[in-house]
Design a protein around this ligand. Structure first.
Ligand code: UD1
Ligand code: MG
Length: 420
């Protein structure tokens, strides 16, 4: 029979400490909702399908995930074990593995999930728990091992003895289970604990009592399993993700002057030798070439494509801008929905007027153009190659190649006027 690998994302919890009208799970880190990050991680780890358990404010979670997952519903929050059992109808006819993820643990790496699944299969374990070693384990479930080092069970902080509280190995809340044995064990869980909840971690003890092999994988990077419970943690995780992404680009040969003040979202490609000055933000779905210079204080938004040797300077915002090799937009510009040709210079204060209140229109600028300072380009409009636009112009008509366009009032000087 086919061996499935299914991911189950727990996303029914309330998240009271966020003090928000929104579900905790739809809060965003770097433009992407927590729960969406977890589902994407699951998919990247190579699972066959993703099931999400929703409950509190489920409409919000479903709006974000749409039909990218299947849904199970938990009406009452009776604990993590109870939450998993709500997905029984999707699991009961399947063999293989189910990996349980938490919707509020959003920066876990797909490789870590894959490794957990692989180790579980290799070691023929019925439950494999992702654990971490924390110097301050307060609040987490503790991993109980026998003298041989085999994992025997998990004890929650609120149920732990003083001796157990000294244990530094904690349960990350992420597991890989054998599907059929999990379902059987879940039915044996009882809420006879301090919180009167059905604890998912109890299945580890139940499987052990049945003589089934269980194990653990210790996570290498402890930051991966950080959860979000309040807005301080949301900020902390944003910082961790920011550093992770910035380091990734630095390893690929990008120069980042200030790792703490550079904000690069997911899905950005940057060529080698590009230099990024402080306070630059690059949103997702952007490709930047080699040897570019960006910032300080540049804002490069979705859909931009910059060729090599492009300069984007201070207080420049780009959106859906396709910029040719060697082009320069050095200061104080908004360039949206546009193409800018190779070696074109966009003067200080130039903006594309791309929005008329109803529609977005395109501005096309050829190669080798020179656009003077403070020019408005009212889209749709095309500037032919080698054209020259006088400073202060508001351009509403197309400009032919090789020509000069001036679109402003002539200056009048009134001699002696100010003496009167
Ligand atoms: C859980 C583990 C603990 C572990 C910790 C890691 C249990 C009993 N304990 O504790 O060992 O160290 O995670 O972070 O599992 N959820 C539901 N329905 C429920 C209850 C929870 O969907 O009825 C979801 C929550 O939204 C959350 C996840 O399950 O995404 C974990 O629940 P949470 O209450 O945060 O468990 P912890 O007490 O942190
Ligand atoms: Mg928690």
């Amino acid at each position: 029979m086919k061996q499935n690998v299914i991911a189950l994302v727990l996303a029914a919890g309330k998240g009271t400490r966020m003090k928000s009208e929104k579900s905790k799970l739809v809060h965003k880190i770097y433009g992407k909702e927590l729960v969406k990050r977890v589902v994407e991680t699951a998919k990247k780890s190579g699972v066959d399908e993703v099931i999400t358990v929703v409950g509190y404010k489920k409409e919000q979670v479903q709006l974000v995930l749409g039909d990218s997952v299947k849904y199970a519903y938990q009406e009452e929050m009776l604990g993590t074990g109870h939450a998993v059992l709500q997905a029984e109808k999707y699991l009961k006819d399947k063999n293989g593995k189910v990996v349980v993820l938490c919707g509020d643990v959003p920066i876990l790496r797909p490789e870590t999930v894959r490794n957990l699944i692989d180790k579980s299969i290799e070691n023929k374990e019925y439950a494999t728990v992702l654990t971490a070693i924390y110097s301050n384990p307060t609040g987490y479930g503790r991993i109980i091992r026998d003298i041989g080092g085999n994992i025997k069970g998990i004890v929650e902080e609120k149920d732990a003895t003083e001796a157990q509280k000294e244990i530094k190995e904690i349960n990350a809340g992420i597991y890989c289970f054998d599907i059929q044995e999990l379902l059987q064990a879940l039915k044996k869980i009882e809420p006879n604990n301090a919180q009167k909840e059905y604890y998912l971690p109890d299945v580890v003890r139940i499987m052990n009592e049945k003589g089934l092999k269980t194990g653990a994988v210790i996570v290498e990077d402890n930051t991966e399993i950080l959860g979000v419970n309040d807005k301080m943690q949301l900020e902390l995780l944003t910082k961790v993700l920011k550093l992770r992404i910035n380091q990734y680009h630095m390893k690929n040969g990008v120069t980042i002057e200030d790792i703490d003040n550079t904000y690069i979202y997911d899905d950005v490609e940057i060529g080698t030798d590009t230099v990024i000055h402080p306070n630059t933000t690059i949103k997702g779905d952007v490709i930047i070439g080699k040897d570019c210079e960006l910032g300080p204080n540049a804002y490069i938004r979705e859909g931009c494509k910059l060729a090599d040797k492009v300069k984007v300077g201070s207080f420049v915002e780009l959106k859906k801008a396709i910029v040719g090799e060697g082009a320069k937009i050095p200061h104080l510009s908004y360039m949206g929905d546009c193409e800018i040709g190779a070696k074109t210079n966009v003067g200080c204060g130039t903006i594309t007027c791309n929005y008329d209140g109803f529609n977005k229109s395109k501005t096309i600028i050829g190669d080798n153009c020179f656009i003077g300072s403070n020019v408005n380009l009212v889209a749709p409009v095309t500037l032919g190659k080698n054209s020259f636009i006088a400073a202060g112009s508001t351009i509403t008509n197309n400009v032919p190649a090789d020509s000069l366009a001036i679109a402003r009032e002539r200056q009048i000087n009134k001699d002696g006027w100010n003496k009167k």
